[in-house]
Design a protein around this ligand. Structure first.
Ligand code: HEC
Length: 132
């Protein structure tokens, strides 16, 4: 759960989460390519990476790392004002990615596609709500 951090370490945490988010973006586009190519081996590998990232996401947002004039973050203060909503989105992301993984293990492209699209929507809805 959230821990408080000082200003120096908050810059580091912000860089780390932005790299993590950029990585999520890259993985999502690699996944899209693998869906088009029906490459289940790649799908499986990339989804495993996404699952790890989704699991780590809860550690990305300690108290004191919101956007301010002193940093380059776009994290809305609402993350810490409405933690239940925010954490629920992360939990839903994790469960969606689990569904993606099981669909890729079963070579079920239809189901994979559906869960992939809802994961994308989830990325977007969190950004709409919690990113400045
Ligand atoms: C629970 C909320 C939440 C979810 C879910 C989420 N993000 Fe983010 N994302 C954020 C927040 C908040 C920021 C802003 C972080 C900052 O600037 O400190 C962000 C930033 C980003 C950025 C911008 C990084 C930059 O260059 O500044 C990208 C790209 C991104 N997310 C991709 C994704 C992708 C892809 C997914 C889905 C797989 C995703 N995010 C899921 C909350 C979320």
């Amino acid at each position: 759960m959230p821990f408080v951090c000082n200003a120096d370490s908050s810059d580091e945490i912000i860089s780390k989460r932005i790299r993590g988010m950029q990585n999520a973006d890259l993985i999502m586009s690699q996944i899209k390519r693998s869906v088009v190519q029906k490459d289940f081996k790649q799908l499986n590998q990339k989804t495993v990476i996404l699952k790890k990232l989704a699991k780590k996401m809860v550690t990305f947002f300690p108290i004191g790392t919101e956007a301010s004039t002193n940093n380059f973050s776009a994290a809305s203060i609402e993350i810490w004002e409405q933690p239940v909503k925010f954490n629920h989105l992360i939990k839903t992301l994790q469960s969606n990615v689990r569904d993606m993984l099981s669909a890729s293990k079963n070579n079920d492209l239809n189901r994979y596609n559906k869960t992939f699209l809802s994961t994308k929507q989830l990325c977007n809805s969190c950004h709409e709500r919690f990113r400045n």
